[in-house]
Write a protein that binds this ligand. Structure first.
Ligand code: NAP
Length: 295
């Protein structure tokens, strides 16, 4: 019989890619806060709000999976500054709930975290570098990592960055937003002082599947292998999608007036994943070309 995996937050961008990745080899139960599955896939689905401990208990204890993958999160970085309680409930208490019951059924938890746990003053962060989150969202994500570790559950924490991709009924990400702006011939100002590793969600889900297969343990930086600033990333997007680069103007973070402070150079060093897991993490061009072939 196929091993069971519960994919939590399966309606999100990464969640949908994880379903596509795992459904061929695993018996997948998708869970999300919505009433039903928001995309086409032949899997079982149950509604689950991870902040509700009795729901988490019922589903994990009832299902007794081998693996739980948590792709659910409160991901609106600016709104988190105003909705602190909800952000903490999802990114910390929800993760505590998942960790506790996953541990209780002796399963392994795969949890997704972010490059934003770093302050961005140094860049090229490895798994051994010390986090120092700047925003409320980032603090909650670091507290979520710590909740996983403190629970004693067997785990992988995958830190990723600048996630993008094409999926059904998901919020726009940087790449899909930019493509839509440029197609409408709108001028955009993009900062050239925020650096990160753009990560195609499909590529991340492949890397997670490899990490699971190799029974990796602990923290891994799983992100695109190339770091780039947002402005130059935007130019590459326009070039690959054959859109007008003249519509893109260069800006600076301090003029944007974003509510949450971003780390400037949060670039991740992904050598541990490449050498230990042998994963093929795309560079910027490779990721965008795969996306182009999909849409
Ligand atoms: N996006 C990025 O650039 C980025 C960068 C680094 C790391 N990450 C991390 O990568 C992971 C996946 O991100 P993503 O971009 O795929 O996020 P996403 O598309 O926003 O998906 C997150 C999913 O979690 C669901 N959710 C929210 N609260 C929930 C709750 N209480 N119970 C159950 N489900 C809940 C959301 O539902 P609703 O949509 O209905 O709220 C959504 O379906 C997250 O851990 C995120 O922190 C993302």
């Amino acid at each position: 019989m196929a091993k069971k995996v519960i994919i939590v937050g399966c309606n999100g961008l990464l969640g949908q890619k994880l379903v596509a990745q795992f459904r061929t080899k695993y018996d997948v139960l998708g869970c999300g806060i919505e009433l039903q599955l928001l995309f086409k896939a032949d899997i079982r689905y149950q509604q689950l709000d991870i902040t509700k401990r009795p729901q988490v208990k019922r589903i994990i204890m009832g299902e007794k999976p081998h693996l739980v993958i948590n792709a659910a999160a409160y991901t609106d970085v600016d709104r988190a500054e105003k909705e602190k309680e909800l952000c903490w409930a999802v990114n910390v208490s929800g993760v505590e709930n998942l960790s506790y019951y996953t541990h209780l059924v002796n399963a392994k938890l795969i949890h997704i975290s972010t490059d934003y746990v770093f302050d961005g003053y140094k860049g090229n962060y490895s798994e051994n570098d010390r986090p120092n989150p700047l925003s409320y969202y980032a603090k909650s994500k670091l507290a979520g990592e710590n909740a996983v570790i403190a629970s004693g559950v067997e785990h992988i924490i995958a830190r990723t960055a600048v996630l993008y991709g094409h999926a059904e009924n998901v919020r726009p990400n940087f790449v899909t937003w930019l493509i839509s702006q440029l197609k409408q011939r709108k001028q955009v100002t993009i900062v050239d002082d925020q650096i990160g590793n753009p990560t195609l969600a499909d590529n991340l889900s492949e890397a997670i599947a490899t990490a699971v297969q190799l029974d990796a343990q602990g923290v891994y930086h799983l992100a695109g292998r190339e770091a780039i600033d947002r402005f130059h990333f935007a130019i590459k997007i326009a070039e690959i999608f054959e859109l007008d680069t003249n519509l893109i103007q260069k800006g600076k973070s301090d003029t944007l007036k974003q509510l949450a402070q971003r780390p400037l150079n949060a670039s991740l060093n992904v050598s541990k994943a490449i050498t230990e897991l042998g994963v093929n993490l795309y560079n910027v061009k490779e990721g965008l070309q795969v996306l182009k072939s999909q849409i």
